[in-house]
Design a protein around this ligand. Structure first.
Ligand SMILES: *[C@@H]1O[C@H](CO)[C@@H](O)[C@H](O)[C@H]1NC(C)=O
Length: 403
């Protein structure tokens, strides 16, 4: 992963609303001391006995995206990525057998109905694509509604008929299947979109994994991180985040103007300011200074984190020298440049980054968001060009600038 993992923890930071849920964190001597004030609902009361929640399970392609598609819907309290619809007893991400990647949606039926969730289901994927979604091809990405009552089955069937009527030129492939067991996926796959934005994780106080998985706020922000909130909500959260960033940089500016100069501490402050500034731009979607890139990462002995989805225990990475990784990547690069291989296909198969799943796509980013050498190499490329070998703390990369 080229996203800098460095800035995690330490700093303060306040945060934000769900329906106007307010979390205020106060910075004391740069230590994270968070005081959460909830004006309406807080994470702990959302499923109190007088607010019984219901749960629904859907499969609509990659569960990273599925979680995000439902997370921002008003009335959805919690989402969980998992596996359903198969017979395999203990499905795992790299060994899920006949299951489909799925999302379990816990919702407050007084705010949002099952019927409305079905609408979200249909509008969040292409139900006519056979055997996958976009670049994600395979049975695990099939489209399915898992029902757990006759009423749900009835509503699901009606909505499928309605969907099919929209066009007869192709068949809606969605299956409607009785829900047997929903198997929760591994922590790495929960709130995946949110985890690609360390800044937002900081903003909500670096919750422990367990808390993050249950948090209604994290659920909502996961949708925001993927830019899948309804436009109005997306905007509201944007402006809230920007406000916090502005206050924070003002506070830091004041502090910096009275602080004496110690080279290393100055450096880390610059980093933080840089980070805040870029994020302000990012959340405003002011894309002037943004680039977009895909990459192929090969990890080696010198990589900071010696494991990846391909090699969870790092057995291969630990025995790969940097030179061997560079050789491998050079030959990959040649194949791509000569037209023998396709960048996205190769990324999907070999890249040691979780972006492999999206053909290496990292999405748009601005300055200060990626490790420096990665940023510089990307900014130096013309759109469509592929970089030479780039070294970062993550490993060796080739980068394709896509916008
Ligand atoms: C199906 O619904 C029942 C009753 O509401 C519930 O107890 C059960 O946990 C549900 N099954 C799954 C797999 O979620």
């Amino acid at each position: 992963m080229a996203l800098s993992e460095k800035r995690r923890n330490r700093f303060f930071i306040p945060y934000v609303n769900i329906v106007s849920l307010l979390l205020v964190c106060i910075s004391l001597l740069d230590k994270a001391v968070c005081i959460r004030i909830s004006s309406q609902i807080s994470d702990s009361v959302v499923d109190s006995p007088d607010r019984p929640l219901k749960s629904a399970v859907f499969a609509l392609g990659s569960f990273w995206r599925s979680e995000a598609a439902f997370g921002c819907i008003h009335g959805v309290v919690r989402t969980t990525a998992g596996y359903a619809g198969g017979a395999k007893a203990n499905p795992e991400y790299r060994n899920l057998g006949d299951h489909a990647e799925s999302v379990q949606v816990e919702y407050d039926p007084r705010i949002v109905t099952y019927r409305q969730l079905l609408d979200v289901f249909w509008s969040s994927h292409d139900s006519r694509q056979v055997f996958g979604q976009g670049p994600d091809v395979g049975n695990q990405y099939r489209s399915c509604i898992f029902t757990n009552s006759t009423e749900e089955t009835r509503l699901a069937s009606t909505s499928k008929e309605r969907e099919q009527l929209k066009s007869r030129s192709s068949i809606v492939t969605t299956q409607i299947q009785k829900l047997e067991t929903f198997h929760r996926a591994e922590p790495d796959h929960q709130k995946f979109e949110l985890k690609q934005h360390p800044f937002l994780i900081q903003l909500i106080g670096n919750m422990a994994e367990e808390e993050l998985e249950r948090s209604a706020l994290a659920t909502k922000l996961n949708g925001y991180a993927a830019e899948l909130c309804p436009p109005r909500t997306q905007k509201q959260i944007d402006s809230r985040v920007n406000e916090i960033i502005r206050k924070d940089s003002d506070r830091k500016r004041k502090k910096d103007s009275v602080s004496s100069i110690d080279r290393t501490s100055e450096k880390s402050k610059e980093k933080k300011d840089d980070h805040s500034n870029k994020h302000r731009k990012k959340s405003k979607m002011a894309s002037r200074d943004q680039v977009k890139a895909s990459h192929i990462l090969i990890k080696h002995q010198g990589s900071r984190r010696k494991a990846s989805w391909k090699d969870p225990e790092g057995k291969i990475i630990m025995t790969t020298t940097r030179e061997a990784a560079v050789e491998q990547l050079k030959s990959i690069r040649e194949d791509i440049v000569s037209g023998k291989a396709n960048f996205e296909d190769v990324a999907t198969r070999v890249s040691d980054c979780s972006s492999a799943k999206r053909g290496g796509d990292l999405g748009p980013f601005g300055r200060g968001q990626m490790q420096k050498p990665f940023e510089e190499a990307t900014y130096a490329l013309k759109v469509g060009d592929i970089s030479d070998i780039v070294d970062t703390e993550s490993g060796v990369h080739i980068i394709k600038r896509t916008a």
